[in-house]
Design a protein around this ligand. Sequence first.
Ligand code: SF4
Length: 231
Amino acid sequence: MSSLSLTEHEIEALPAEELLRWSFGEFGERLCLSCSWQKQSSVLVHMVSELDLGIDIVELDTHLFFRESYETRERLVERYGLSLIRPDVITIAEQHRREGPNLWERDPDRCCHIRKVEPLIEALDPYEAWISGIRREQSPSRANARKVERSERYGVWKIQPLADWSEDDVWRYIVANDIPFNPLHDVGYRSIGCIPCTRPTRPDEEERAGRWAGSDKLECGIHLDTTQGVR
Ligand code: SF4
């Protein structure tokens, strides 16, 4: 049984901005937004700023991002005056020492766990709700995403305002609002993560086909959870 003020049906009917406004009313400063500097980050940083929510923004930086992703971060920080929360993550050198070189080639699930999941668990500890940019259309593993889900792993509500947005919706919003975005999207990278695990994606492929290409891995693990919708 949910302790939220709206039913799942009512939440699913909310457009992205209204869902963000309702979430802030529900959780206040115990609501945060995570960013990894893909196009969804651009949309959500802009919306949160336009709504003047003043919530914390958590950067999920694995230290293996593309230069263009860091440059996108700097452009968004400058334009919106962001102050980022950066969870601790062990250095690449320390990971090599502990786990052996290039763990992403031998055991990407463990690498993602060390560099993404563990830092996020720590980062989300002070919060009751976490806004992420996942969309149902991105991959089969996200097709059933709801706009609000309970994450038992992190002990927070996940708020997913773009769950029902298409890739075209994202681009229309970015262009209409002239929002800085990751330039790798312009050269075929429809989904962008760490350098060793990302390649460009053809238009006829699924949007996230360039992530861990050649393996059956679809997710870094931060969105894999025993989630339940609002009922
Ligand atoms: S995406 Fe690749 S490099 Fe990045 S944390 Fe996961 S396995 Fe490691």
